[in-house]
Design a protein around this ligand. Sequence first.
Ligand code: AMP
Length: 297
Amino acid sequence: MAEQVENDSIPDSTQTVAGLRDRIAQYRRAGESIAFVPTMGALHEGHLSLVRLGKQRADRCVASIFVNPKQFAAHEDLGTYPRRETEDMKMLAGAGCDFVFLPQPEEMYPEGFATSVKVEGLSEPLDGQSRPHFFGGVATVVAKLLNQVRADVAIFGEKDYQQLLVIRRLNEDLDIGSEIIGGPIVREEDGLAMSSRNAYLSSVERRIAGQLNKVLRQTALKLTQGGDVLGSIEDGHALLKHAGFGAIDYFEARSGKDLSPLGPGKLTEEELAHARVFIAAMLGRTRLIDNMKVTEA
Ligand code: AMP
């Protein structure tokens, strides 16, 4: 990743909400527009693409790095989630990020913190089923972050497509007033969606992991060619199992507009226009997710 770093400088940063607000006020006084990219760190090209998008859309790009304890269940990987702050800061500088918010958990959730944000409907299927605590934690922290930054635009990856829809909804419902932009999924050469969690994969698993996107693409292609949803997904399941994947949390076709379920038969023209396929599957101890608009297969 060193080639992405133009120099050794790192962006200014703060660990406090007050420090963040000061800097935002400074940008506003200068009449500058602001883009915001929230992350959990262990950055890769997917995150940096969002920062670059931010710089295209606004004068300043603010990023945050916060491994949000509220979105991890007790059995999940909060303790082992990769943390690489020094490298992250250099990468952010290389991508043109102006300022970084690096709160500790106590800054985001001081003693007495008692509010949680729940987005009904959109939070319920897919990851809402397999990770019941997840969207509550995400919605709560993102509502806080959006409110703290009050950016003109906030950018989220389509890699976490359900999350993007949940955040659009909460931004509207809570009158936050930022424009929520989705950034395209950045992939490795074999199609694997970049993810901080890919670092958990062994070399054998890493070779298998590329099959997730291949199966996703094949399934999407079948749907565009008039294949029925149930049969196409059953075939995909078998391919994933054969490739070496473990539990498949979900493998479903849903509307990209509102996540309403599609199928079991073949898709109508109207359904095809918005259909997406969503997969979450275990590979060893690592949970991988991916999704794709079927007409882009
Ligand atoms: P995370 O650090 O995993 O919480 O992700 C921070 C932001 O980066 C979220 O909006 C993600 O959807 C986005 N993101 C993560 N991986 C990718 C990727 N491969 N391509 C595009 N965006 C991504």
